[in-house]
Design a protein around this ligand. Structure first.
Ligand code: RB5
Length: 142
């Protein structure tokens, strides 16, 4: 699975740690930045990751900012993107099964790194349910 990842300064440290985690698990990961703690604009990174997933170059995306909210607002502007802001593992599992979410957003100022790691692992490992009602609802979004 090819994963695109991005963050602003608020999510920079978490991003780097999540990249290590993903590489250790054998995922192919591309880091779209930011590449330092310097203050920057989250829409720039959300756009890069969302476009890369929407055009099929990457299977999934992960976006991290202070709250995860700005990233999710931007990512969901792109056709074909279903970005889910998660702060708990129940939602991470449910949004894969029900929404077939293709971008995970998290807030580094909201959840611990351990929680972010757990959410990421569950979100990546959970398959879409393929149930008719969920397919129908996703088609309604599109
Ligand atoms: C940056 O200070 C902060 O606004 C950003 O990381 C994010 O939380 C926006 O939604």
């Amino acid at each position: 699975m090819k994963i695109a990842i991005g963050a602003d300064h608020g999510g920079y440290e978490y991003k780097n740690n999540i990249i290590d985690l993903l590489k250790n698990k054998g995922y192919e990961v591309k880091d779209f930045g930011t590449y330092s703690n310097e203050s920057c604009d989250y829409p720039e990174f959300a756009k890069k990751v969302a476009e890369s997933v929407a055009n099929g170059n990457f299977d999934r995306g992960i976006l991290i900012c202070g709250t995860g909210i700005g990233m999710s607002i931007v990512a969901n502007k792109f056709k074909g993107i279903r970005a889910a802001l998660c702060s708990d593992t129940f939602s991470a599992k449910a949004t894969r099964e029900h929404n077939n979410s293709n971008i995970l957003c998290m807030g580094a100022r909201v959840i611990s790194f351990e929680k972010a790691e757990e959410i990421t692992r569950i979100w990546l490992e959970t398959e879409f349910s393929q149930e008719e009602r969920h397919i129908r609802r996703i088609n309604m979004i599109e």
